[in-house]
Design a protein around this ligand. Structure first.
Ligand SMILES: *[C@@H]1O[C@H](CO)[C@@H](O)[C@H](O)[C@H]1NC(C)=O
Ligand SMILES: *[C@@H]1O[C@H](CO)[C@@H](O)[C@H](O)[C@H]1NC(C)=O
Ligand SMILES: *[C@@H]1O[C@H](CO)[C@@H](O)[C@H](O)[C@H]1NC(C)=O
Ligand SMILES: *[C@@H]1O[C@H](CO)[C@@H](O)[C@H](O)[C@H]1NC(C)=O
Ligand SMILES: *[C@@H]1O[C@H](CO)[C@@H](O)[C@H](O)[C@H]1NC(C)=O
Ligand SMILES: *[C@@H]1O[C@H](CO)[C@@H](O)[C@H](O)[C@H]1NC(C)=O
Ligand SMILES: *[C@@H]1O[C@H](CO)[C@@H](O)[C@H](O)[C@H]1NC(C)=O
Length: 887
């Protein structure tokens, strides 16, 4: 073979010589100009197009061959190429430039005058659903046709079957049209049959659901096909066998996102020339067939998101010596990965750069042979059940850029060799149970590190053991550390990070004061700032502008001083469980206009709740409980259509409950307990049909129990205890189909317990409380001991400490999900219905201080005598009074 080389070189030089001679001769003769006909045709074409950015403005002058996007034959001057592709791409470019550079409008048939055109590119424009013109079928010289990303729609014209010379056809239909999604369709692919020169075919996003199984047979007849892309074509059914395989030149096959729901077809493994194979989201099932080993030329194999693929990941992937990219994520693969890696370590020349096994059911320790996949740049093993330590050999992966082991059960240590990964940019070790001590060597050469996520269980022990003066080699962009020990002082290595855009340091044992300079710098540049669950002290800088801040969470610390009067676009401000004092700034609505969630519970805040909160249109949640707010709740609620949670419990608010709360159509959780609110419950609340949780307990509300409550069909919790309410329990309340917690204790309610109480369906079937409990927890942040009682009180009725009289209705025994019943401190009389003893869920009962009579029906349960006390006419266990023997 080597002997041929000099000969090749000589002929090459000869070729160059002749070629140059040729072009020299050409330059000397008069320059070839475009023909007048073609020039005119182009002008007509341009006039029919819209061109907002004027990128065809160079289309003037005599010689159309010099116009932008046009190429002519260098001897005849006939137009051979028309390239009108948008120079901007939306995916990685800026939207405005892209949009203004989009051509649109009509495509005039004057195009047909360009009889010798071989190349036509109209991609990345916006033809707003125009059909592909029929007459394109007459452009018989075309070898290249690209209409991708151009918002063509409708049936692909069968006339394209005349383009016998076509080698490249791209109709990829995912468009960025300003006027909505566009779709190309084809009922049959027969029009492709004559295109025997076709090498590249992309019909991605075309709707081919009507073409039946036959589609593959048609494509199989294209002997030159090298690249076939049918991403998201709604193809129905994949033939499992083919009588013969004719498209043997196939190198790239993309059938992704077609939901085939089958096993792998046999013919696939005869395509031994394949270099790239994309079969994501096709719902292939079964295990990986051994025949995959035939595909020795594979560079890229993507089997992700099939959800159903299972079995052990086989060893032979290691033998595919050209494999660079292997994605098996989001499947059901199980077992360990020892075999797979022994495959790679048995092929020292493996070229694997990307390995994604995330979201499977893989288990076991990570093998030390990991280090033999020397070219790895991206390794994602997240969301499996791997355990143990990271093998020391990780340090051999000297090209690693991204390492993701998050969401596993890693319960060992992180080796110091990690510090050798000098190309590492992204390190995600979150949601594991790491142990051990991280030293400076762990980070020694991580010069490129930008993003670190390292969170562990509060029960494991991971300590940052770097020295105080350590100067790290990296400049981080984002950091997330949770439940590991970084403190007690605010580490210097963090203070020198000045490129951060996201900071999460949650429960990392910092008890220092906050370094003011760093804090101001970071708050000015980051989007996320979370320093919750530490014991950080000190005041925050006041009166600053942090326009980039999206979320700030300083909850559960010892921050003091005034509420930060920051001007910010933050949507989430979480300052609860600190020692902030003084008022919330009067102009909070102007300072924080984008606010969605405001949590300041458990501080020492005081003063009025500023009415400018009503101006914040996007507000979702206001959580102010356990402070010292006073004055009236502002009565200005009319703007926010998304406010669904208000919690101002345990403050010193006075006055009425504002009727304007009834203007909040999405109000779901309203917690106003333990204040000094008075007056009647405003009937406007009857408009808030989405109310799930209402707690007005511990106030001075008066009036009768409102009838309109019956209309709150989502009500899960209704607590009106310890107020001054009077009147009867209305029968209408029996229609509360979702109520799981009913508390009207400690009022002046009189009359009987309605017989219809057995109609409280939620207490009959007991279902559907999770969602509501969740809602309350979001508003109260769930950490509140008081609201742990919500969970404890699900399925309870508390009517105690009122003036109720009459007997316990036997219908109460219908409430088979009832867990707690408190009827104490009333004037109820008569026997305790025997049927109550059969309530299977009842665990809490109090009947004390009434006038019940007769025998206690509970045989083994409820034998604490105090719950029957103060009923002189009751007898039987556990009371000392024996019942008279039946005569
Ligand atoms: C495939 O090729 C074989 C012979 O090479 C030929 O007989 C057959 O018709 C071709 N099949 C298709 C579907 O083109
Ligand atoms: C696929 O290859 C196998 C041998 O590897 C051969 O027996 C079979 O006939 C081929 N199938 C087709 C359809 O060509
Ligand atoms: C780690 O987890 C595995 C699997 O659950 C267990 O067998 C092993 O003992 C654990 N190791 C440590 C150090 O806790
Ligand atoms: C409650 O709903 C009924 C119809 O279901 C309606 O007639 C009544 O006006 C409503 N009451 C209130 C206070 O909204
Ligand atoms: C309670 O339910 C029964 C049977 O479904 C019904 O007849 C009765 O009207 C209901 N009572 C009330 C007050 O809704
Ligand atoms: C029932 O309510 C009374 C006061 O209304 C309270 O003192 C008592 O502890 C309650 N009983 C139970 C079992 O919770
Ligand atoms: C208690 O009930 C009995 C009848 O069961 C009645 O005679 C008596 O007057 C009642 N006592 C009080 C204090 O209401």
């Amino acid at each position: 073979m080597a002997a041929n080389k000099p000969y090749l070189l000589v002929s090459y030089l000869l070729f160059l010589f002749l070629f140059n001679l040729n072009s020299l001769l050409l330059v000397r003769s008069t320059p070839i100009q475009c023909t007048a006909t073609e020039r005119r045709a182009l002008i007509i074409l341009r006039e029919a197009l819209t061109d907002p950015s004027g990128r065809l403005s160079s289309w003037s002058g005599e010689d159309c061959c010099t116009w932008k996007g046009i190429k002519c034959h260098n001897q005849t001057g006939r137009v051979t190429e028309l390239d009108l592709r948008n120079p901007y791409h939306l995916i990685n470019g800026d939207r405005t430039s892209y949009k203004s550079s989009c051509l649109g409008g009509e495509i005039n048939s004057s195009l047909l005058q360009l009889e010798q055109i071989t190349y036509l590119d109209l991609s990345l424009n916006d033809f707003e659903g125009l059909e592909i013109p029929q007459f394109f079928g007459e452009l018989k010289s075309l070898r290249y046709l690209n209409l991708s990303f151009a918002s063509f729609a409708g049936e692909i014209p069968a006339s394209l079957e005349n383009l016998w010379s076509l080698e490249y056809l791209d109709l990829y239909a995912d468009s960025f049209s300003s006027t909505g999604p566009r779709e190309l369709r084809s009922q049959s692919l027969e029009w492709l049959t004559p295109l025997s020169s076709l090498k590249y075919l992309n019909l991605g996003f075309s709707k081919l659901d009507g073409v039946a199984d036959h589609w593959l047979h048609t494509l199989n007849m294209l002997p030159s096909l090298v690249e076939l892309r049918l991403h998201w074509c709604e193809l129905q059914g994949l033939p499992l066998t083919l009588p013969s395989i004719n498209f043997t030149s196939l190198s790239v096959l993309d059938l992704s996102e077609n939901s085939f729901n089958s096993v792998f077809p046999q013919w696939l493994f005869n395509l031994t020339g394949l270099t790239e194979l994309y079969l994501t989201w096709d719902f292939f099932s079964g295990s990986i067939p051994a025949e995959f080993a035939n595909l020795k030329n594979l560079r890229v194999l993507d089997l992700s998101d099939n959800l159903n693929l299972e079995g052990q990941i086989p060893e032979f992937f290691g033998n595919l010596s050209k494999l660079e990219f292997l994605d098996l994520s989001a499947n059901n693969f199980h077992g360990d990965i020892y075999e797979l890696f022994s495959g790679f370590s048995g092929s020292p020349n493996n070229k694997l750069e990307t390995l994604d096994l995330s979201s499977n059911l893989l288990i076991g320790e990570l093998p030390n042979s990991l280090g033999s996949v020397k070219h790895l740049q991206h390794l994602d093993l997240s969301s499996n059940s791997f355990w143990g330590s990271i093998p020391t050999s990780i340090g051999s992966l000297s090209k690693l850029i991204k390492l993701d082991l998050s969401y596993n059960m890693m319960n060992g240590t992180i080796p110091e060799s990690l510090g050798e990964l000098s190309w590492l940019v992204d390190l995600n070790l979150m949601a594991n149970s790491w142990n051990g001590i991280l030293k400076e060597t762990h980070f020694m050469n991580l010069r490129k590190l930008e993003n670190v996520r390292l969170t562990t269980e509060p029960t494991s022990s991971l300590v940052f053991g770097v020295s105080d003066g350590w100067s790290p080699p990296f400049k981080l962009k984002s950091i997330q550390l949770e439940n590991c020990m970084v403190g007690p002082s605010f580490p210097l290595w963090l203070q020198v990070q000045n490129q951060l855009t996201s900071v999460i340091l949650k429960n990392v044992g910092i008890s220092d004061t906050i370094p003011g300079k760093w804090f101001s710098l970071v708050s000015a540049q980051v989007n996320y700032l979370v320093l919750s669950q530490n014991r950080i002290r000190g005041e925050l800088p006041d009166q600053l502008s942090y326009p980039n801040l999206n979320l700030i969470d300083l909850s559960c610390n010892n921050f003091g001083g005034p509420f930060p009067s920051w001007s910010t676009n933050a949507t989430d401000v979480l300052l609860h469980e600190n020692s902030f004092s003084g008022p919330i700034p009067e102009n909070i609505g102007a300072l924080m206009p984008r606010l969605k969630k405001l949590y300041v519970s458990r501080n020492h805040l005081s003063g009025r709740i500023p009415s400018s909160v009503c101006d914040i249109e996007g507000l979702n949640i206001v959580s102010l409980r356990n402070n010292m707010f006073s004055g009236q709740l502002p009565n200005c609620w009319h703007r926010s259509f998304v406010l669904w949670g208000i919690d101002v419990s345990n403050n010193s608010l006075t006055g009425n409950i504002p009727s304007s709360l009834g203007f909040l159509p999405s109000l779901s959780v309203l917690l106003l307990s333990n204040n000094n609110l008075d007056g009647e419950i405003p009937s406007s609340l009857g408009n808030c049909s989405g109310l799930t949780s209402v707690d007005l307990g511990g106030n001075k509300m008066s009036g009768t129990l409102p009838l309109w409550v019956q209309n709150l069909s989502s009500l899960f919790m209704l607590r009106l205890g310890s107020n001054l309410l009077s009147g009867n329990i209305p029968d209408e309340w029996c229609r509360l189909q979702n109520v799981h917690i009913l508390d009207i204790s400690g009022n002046n309610i009189s009359g009987p317990i309605p017989k219809c109480i057995g109609n409280l369906t939620a207490l009959v079937n007991g279902k559907g409380s999770d969602v509501f409990e969740g809602l309350i927890k979001v508003v109260t942040r769930g950490r509140d001991p008081e609201y742990n009682s919500v969970e404890a009180n699900v399925n309870s009725i508390d009517l105690s400490s009122n003036h109720l009289s009459g007997e316990i209705p036997v219908e109460m025994a219908n409430l088979i999900a009832l867990r707690i019943l408190n009827l104490s401190h009333n004037h109820l009389s008569g026997p305790i219905p025997k049927s109550l003893a059969s309530l299977p869920s009842l665990i809490g009962l109090d009947l004390s201080d009434n006038n019940f009579s007769g025998s206690i029906p509970f045989v083994t349960r409820f034998n604490n005598s105090s719950i029957y006390e103060g009923n002189p006419l009751l007898c039987g266990t556990p009371l000392p009074t024996k019942c008279p023997l039946p005569i």
